[in-house]
Design a binder for this molecule. Structure first.
Ligand SMILES: Cc1ncc(COP(=O)(O)O)c(C=O)c1O
Length: 398
């Protein structure tokens, strides 16, 4: 049996995905495939590092040092050919909290922050909380998948006078690469076009690259900040090993900020309201980047098979539903629009008939209606059970 095939009972661990089913979906018997964490144990290297540290027994104030930064720098150099200067790294305890603080720091209330929905819904909350205005440039769904709408971007950043956008020109944009939920891993040409528009219009690029370690055959992840010095100096890249190593309950994240002025402003804000990684978050981060690469690659191979299995299953067994090939992430974006259900009926089909807990497309903003998101980072048996449940529910309906 492969290590990722083993089903681990997560109930009773205060798991958001498993123990809050009733609160989220109104019933306890849904098979949860929503939250983007994985249903398997992390690597032994991480578990051993945490046990060792726990046995030390003293958990005082802790700060990542030179060794941690070397591990981070090596990871990005080795895997993504990006040369990060260790001084660019600011450690934090969460990508979403970091994003909120970045929005508060670099965007004044009332200013626009550009998002490209359908996109990870906490982005909307982070912008709203800071008093900034959400400016949306919806992704375009074309024959061959999702694309950025460059004409829309240009017009929102610098209106031509003919069309009047409903929100102020943005001072910042939040990129998601790989893109949750649609699974695109943005290509060099796409990133360059986006960066050109941002540079021309003085729009700071904040790139949430937390899913960067999940990229499938035939695709390669490219950090936007690695494209040129000019882009790097107009960017903040946020990431964490927590998705890759399934350690989201041990918050430890990184902001990579090449420009010194931006970095120092963020560091001051970080010190006021955020924390560095906790003792165990830091141990997990270091063990992941030092000893976890083999485990990560095994996991990627398993995820590749899960992704192919679920796409084939949907195509053969649930033909009214269309799935998009994820180039990255562990998320399958499913299009239920051909069933012509309104939102309430779609939710009832998924939750009450299929008894599966998924993220509903409308949570992800404009462009999400009629879609759902399924996380396939689970043992194959669980995945098959979830897909079977959806298939029976759809077959009963039509
Ligand atoms: C795009 C994206 N960013 C950030 C997060 C969460 O990051 P954190 O737990 O470090 O706040 C997620 C989790 O699903 C995500 O998908």
């Amino acid at each position: 049996m492969k290590k990722f095939d083993k089903r681990v009972d997560r109930t009773g661990t205060n798991s958001v995905k498993w123990d809050y089913r009733n609160e989220i979906f109104g019933r306890k018997d849904v098979l949860p495939m929503w939250v983007a964490d994985s249903d398997w144990r992390t690597s032994d290297a991480v578990i051993d590092a945490i046990i060792d540290r726990a046995e030390h027994g003293v958990f005082g104030y802790t700060k990542p040092g030179k060794e941690t930064s070397e591990l981070v720098v090596n990871w990005w150099r080795r895997r993504y050919d990006w040369e990060i200067d260790p001084s660019w790294i600011v450690y934090t305890n969460g990508v979403v909290p970091s994003l909120s603080v970045i929005i508060d720091t670099f965007s004044r209330p009332g200013e626009g922050v550009l998002l490209q929905p359908p996109v990870y819904y906490p982005f909307f909350t982070s912008v709203k909380r800071g008093g900034s205005q959400i400016v949306t440039n919806e992704l375009k769904l074309e024959e061959d998948g999702y694309r950025m709408d460059y004409a829309g971007l240009k017009n929102l950043c610098n209106p031509d006078g003919k069309s009047i956008p409903s929100a102020p020109p943005p001072s910042m944009m939040v990129l998601c690469n790989p893109h949750n939920p649609v699974g695109r891993v943005w290509k060099e040409g796409e990133l360059n076009r986006l960066a050109d528009i941002c540079l021309e219009n003085d729009v700071l690029i904040v790139s949430d690259d937390i899913h960067s370690d999940f990229v499938y055959e035939g695709n390669s992840y490219l950090p936007i900040a690695s494209l040129s010095k000019e882009i790097a100096n107009n960017s903040i890249t946020l990431t964490s090993p927590s998705k890759s190593f399934n350690t989201a309950g041990l918050p430890a994240s990184i902001a990579i900020i090449p420009d010194e002025k931006l970095r120092e402003r963020f560091r001051v804000a970080r010190n006021k309201v955020l924390k560095r990684p906790s003792v165990f978050g830091l141990e997990a981060m270091m063990a992941s980047y030092r000893d976890g690469e083999g485990w990560l690659d095994d996991q990627l191979a398993y995820l590749q098979e899960n992704m192919e299995f679920s796409r084939k299953f949907v195509a053969e067994e649930i033909p009214p539903v269309n799935s998009f090939e994820p180039e990255g992430t562990t998320l399958l974006w499913l299009d239920f629009r051909s069933l012509n259900l309104d939102q309430e009926d779609l939710e009832s089909l998924i939750v009450d008939e299929a008894r599966v807990g998924l993220d509903f497309g409308h949570w992800f903003g404009p462009g999400g209606d009629g879609f759902v998101r399924l996380n396939f980072a689970c043992p194959r048996e669980t995945l098959e059970e979830g897909l079977e449940r959806i298939s029976s529910a759809v077959k009963n309906l039509i």
